[in-house]
Design a protein around this ligand. Sequence first.
Ligand code: TXA
Ligand code: MG
Length: 295
Amino acid sequence: GEVAAFPTETVYGLGADAANSDAVLKIYETKGRPRFNPLIVHCADLGMAETLAVFRPLARRLAERFWPGPLTLVLPRKDGARVCDIVTAGLDTVGLRVPGHPVARELIRAAGLPLAAPSANPSGRLSPTTAGQVRRAFGDRVPVLDGGPCAAGLESTILAVNGDDVVQLRAGALSRDEIEAFLERPVAVASADSPVSAPGMLASHYAPKAKLRLNAVEPEAGESYLAFGPGPVSATGRSLNLSQAGDLREAARNLFAMLHALDRDEGTIAVAPIPEEGLGEAINDRLRRAAAPKK
Ligand code: TXA
Ligand code: MG
């Protein structure tokens, strides 16, 4: 009946019993999240997930290959699934994932219940990749299980699977390349006007308080700089490097933590160009939303 924050391999989640509508309402209230935006339900294993959704063969193959791990499957909700309607925001589908983090899995097993959990940040803000960031956001309103920094640092990749159709609703910690290599075919990417989409994929999201200037080869006077790859960084203002080695996995892991760290003041964070390949797709997606004008 209460909420608690817990680590996953992607980002920290704010969890509650997915069947308890009072507890799930506390998640929406704590985050200030719009009610139309459904939550991902976290399961201990495929068996638990199968009590909630219909797994046709393709969905099952993806689950067996990539779970536990940073993949969310949006699947047809099963009749009688033990999930309250606000979790799915009234949709006839449900987003499911089996996280790989040992603390998350032990928590779900100990509870013996599927846990609804969005990222543990105020709605629209940067996702937390450490327990400290969750505590700074919510203070003592939310107990936090501290599992150290998240290994992936970006949210899960979301695929909607309907029979043999697969659409990527959100780029994330599992790169599309890896999914396509496994399926041996291309995976479509949802756009703003696609028939299926993730209601939470708003233009402005994952936003720091500071402004962002993207594809900045170097910072201008007074700007902080988020660099990528080798090379000297100018001494104007504060600067951090996502990955000196130009490694996209390392950059993904550092992205939110470094944006949090540079987000002390008003002002502008200039961000170096990131190649649009592998995990770069998800990194650039988050950066574009973080840079979009806030309403
Ligand atoms: O890595 C992650 O996925 C993290 C950790 C905590 O598991 N969770 C996370 O949750 O990122 P959240 O709430 O920040 O993002 C969930 C996204 C939203 O964009 C939501 O609209 C979409 O998943 N979603 C959930 N259920 C859906 C459904 N049935 N159909 C379409 N989109 C759905
Ligand atoms: Mg989120």
